[in-house]
Design a protein around this ligand. Structure first.
Ligand code: HEC
Ligand code: HEC
Length: 216
């Protein structure tokens, strides 16, 4: 008797938890669908279908390396505040809920293990800004502009010398992007012998330290 009762209550619990999970995933699918609709209304013109971006116009937002290291806070606050001095305007008028839905839609493209918590906790860059400036002008400025002004300087890369980016990105985020690049974009990996420019750890620290001086 008791055994039957235990069994039936166990299956009831199982049934309820399945129902509950179905509900959660139905809810998150709904959020993603809402986000996709909002994306198509507000963002697709620049960031393109499936958020693949367009070189020299708007970066990819479905890029796996970006999504792996970009926290929800990074994405949501960039959408909310935009990037002053670039074509990326502020979307605060959409309100928090709609921005969260858009972030959920972008996340639905995520394919690599997510590691923004670890990346944002990395140590601050400690380098020599003067050396970093030399590296920057040797390697980065052709694509990001001589002052990191990005597309407005006629470049193919984004405005990494401006406050809009620098105020949201952690040193870990910049470090990982320089090391591993962003697949299927012109942003290549620059670290070690497999990287384009064979930069070592210290040279990358120098570049980040230099970039931080541009924000002032
Ligand atoms: C051949 C062109 C090219 C070179 C050289 C290049 N980048 Fe990039 N970089 C890009 C592009 C393009 C993107 C944006 C990717 C996209 O379009 O989706 C990017 C993105 C970035 C980002 C992320 C910015 C953001 O808005 O999230 C950082 C940081 C960055 N690059 C740093 C550097 C540094 C530092 C160097 C020099 C060591 C460098 N890049 C060299 C083309 C380049
Ligand atoms: C008028 C064109 C335009 C529209 C519309 C637009 N963006 Fe952007 N977006 C840009 C540009 C240009 C950049 C890069 C700015 C720079 O150089 O730093 C950017 C950058 C971003 C970034 C930072 C990506 C990275 O690599 O770090 C995010 C996130 C973003 N946009 C999300 C959105 C979302 C979501 C929408 C719609 C609500 C949107 N954008 C609408 C042009 C646009």
């Amino acid at each position: 008797m008791t055994r039957v009762r235990t069994l039936s209550s166990l299956s009831a619990i199982l049934f309820l938890s399945i129902l509950c999970c179905m509900n959660v995933s139905a809810n998150s699918q709904k959020l993603i669908d809402t986000g996709e609709m909002l994306y198509n209304q507000n963002c697709v013109f620049c960031h393109q279908a499936d958020a693949i971006g367009k070189t020299g116009f708007a970066p990819s937002l479905s890029n796996p390396e970006l999504l792996a290291i970009a926290s929800d806070k990074y994405l949501a606050s960039t959408i909310r505040d935009g990037r002053i001095g670039t074509a990326m305007g502020p979307y605060a008028h959409l309100g928090k809920e709609k921005i969260i839905a858009i972030v959920a839609y972008l996340r639905s493209h995520e394919t690599l293990p997510h590691r923004s918590a670890e990346v944002d906790k990395q140590r601050s860059a400690q380098g020599d800004a003067r050396k970093g400036e030399l590296w920057y002008h040797d390697i980065c400025s052709t694509c990001h502009g001589p002052q990191g002004d990005g597309y407005l300087a006629g470049s193919s890369g984004t405005a990494i010398g401006k406050a809009g980016f620098l105020s949201k990105a952690s040193d870990g985020f910049i470090r990982e992007t320089i090391k591993y690049g962003r697949s299927n974009t012109r942003m290549l990996p620059f670290y070690g012998s497999a990287g384009l420019a064979n930069l070592d750890e210290q040279e990358i620290e120098d570049i980040i330290t230099y970039l931080r001086t541009l924000n002032k």
